[in-house]
Design a protein around this ligand. Structure first.
Ligand SMILES: *Cc1c(COP(=O)(O)O)cnc(C)c1O
Length: 357
């Protein structure tokens, strides 16, 4: 088995048998020739069912996550909705999330207490948005399996090169490919990667096929292109984010830094055990709360005020402004997606924004 850098650079593609092209062809056809009695000599019937470009991308995605099968969707949310729709009718789902905080997934006892006899799925997001909480994937997998449930891990903040949830016992990994997998802020996509090619994977495939949540071949092609450089980009994202986190942790106007790579992070030990590096996302709380945080966000020049993450450019977002009145996020919190600029330029930008005013 090749290492993940090699898989990212190569999996899913071979020189095109017709032209010898190394870059995979973008196959836009909606329909494929079949025999009069609907046998599929090339394996494809109709673009919504399956298509060659999507297939190549899914082979690469499965290889990256060590999955038996991976399915691509038009968005991360479509992937998540499909994973939920594919559960048996009436299933119960403990989920840590901003909308309904059913259990703190950094607390194993709280997760156990949230279980019910009809619990079918545990949904963990690690590291989480926007506080970068880290949950123990192996421990959650044990809890889920002892209860006859599955564990889904939303690994969007830590793509396959940083974290391998399936190897730690998770059953499904969800990625918003819109973020690091695409990597350039110009394509949307979602992924479900399954440890077993069993009934849940088949149900998700069936729902995608009939519900129509198929990514366009162009999106699949762009995501495969992003995957090729994923390990190289992540190494730089992680390096920059660490430099930014350390700078902020030592700054007098910063009340708190949320970054799993800092020894002060409450789940630093778990993160160190289950992640290869700590990622490119972090958040911090500006001393002085909401008004001070908004002033810092307004003074930043290199960090652009925008949502989303995982692209080449650094982004800042005042989360409570985006989340609205129901937000439980600290009002002084700014989330950073640390991009691929030079770290010194990013630190200089943060310094001028924090030191002014
Ligand atoms: C962005 C995001 C999603 C949703 O993905 P889309 O591609 O925007 O639909 C899900 N989970 C996390 C952690 C995300 O950051």
């Amino acid at each position: 088995m090749h290492r993940i850098e090699t898989l990212a650079a190569r999996a899913g593609s071979a020189p095109d048998p017709v032209s010898g092209a190394l870059s995979p062809p973008l196959q836009l056809a909606t329909t494929f020739e079949h025999t009069p009695d609907a046998q599929l000599p090339h394996g494809y019937l109709y673009q919504r069912y399956d298509n060659p470009t999507q297939h190549e991308t899914e082979v690469a995605l499965a290889a990256l996550d060590g999955a038996a099968r991976a399915l691509l969707f038009p968005t991360g949310m479509a992937a998540g909705a499909t994973a939920l729709q594919a559960l048996p009718r009436g299933s119960h789902v403990p989920r840590w999330g901003l909308e309904y905080s059913l259990a703190d997934f950094t607390d194993a006892d709280a997760v156990r207490a949230a279980l019910r006899p009809d619990t079918a799925l545990l949904w963990a997001e690690t590291p989480s948005n926007p506080l970068l909480k880290v949950s123990d994937i192996a421990a959650l997998a044990q809890i889920a399996h002892a209860a006859g449930a599955r564990l889904l891990v939303d690994g969007t903040f830590a793509p396959p090169v940083l974290q391998q949830p399936l190897a730690l016992g998770a059953d499904i990994v969800l990625h918003s490919a819109t973020k690091y997998l695409g990597g350039h802020g110009d394509v949307m996509g979602g992924v479900l990667a399954f440890r077993e090619d069993g009934t849940h994977a088949a149900a998700c495939h069936g729902l995608r096929l009939l519900g129509g949540a198929t990514a366009s071949p162009f999106a699949a092609w762009m995501i495969l292109r992003g995957i090729r450089t994923l390990p190289a980009r992540m190494a730089w994202h992680c390096r920059n984010a660490r430099a930014v986190a350390e700078f902020l942790a030592g700054h007098a106007r910063v009340a708190k830094v949320h970054f799993p790579g800092l020894a002060s992070h409450p789940q630093h030990a778990v993160a160190t055990r289950q992640m290869r590096d700590y990622g490119g996302m972090l958040s911090f709380e500006v001393a002085g709360g909401r008004e001070a945080a908004l002033a810092v966000a307004a003074r930043l020049r290199l960090f652009t005020n925008a949502t989303s993450l995982g692209s080449t450019e650094s982004l800042v977002e005042h989360r409570t402004s985006v989340e609205g009145p129901a937000s439980t996020t600290p009002p002084g919190l700014l989330r950073l997606s640390v991009g691929l600029e030079h770290a010194d330029d990013l630190l200089a930008d943060l310094a001028q924004a924090l030191d002014a005013g």
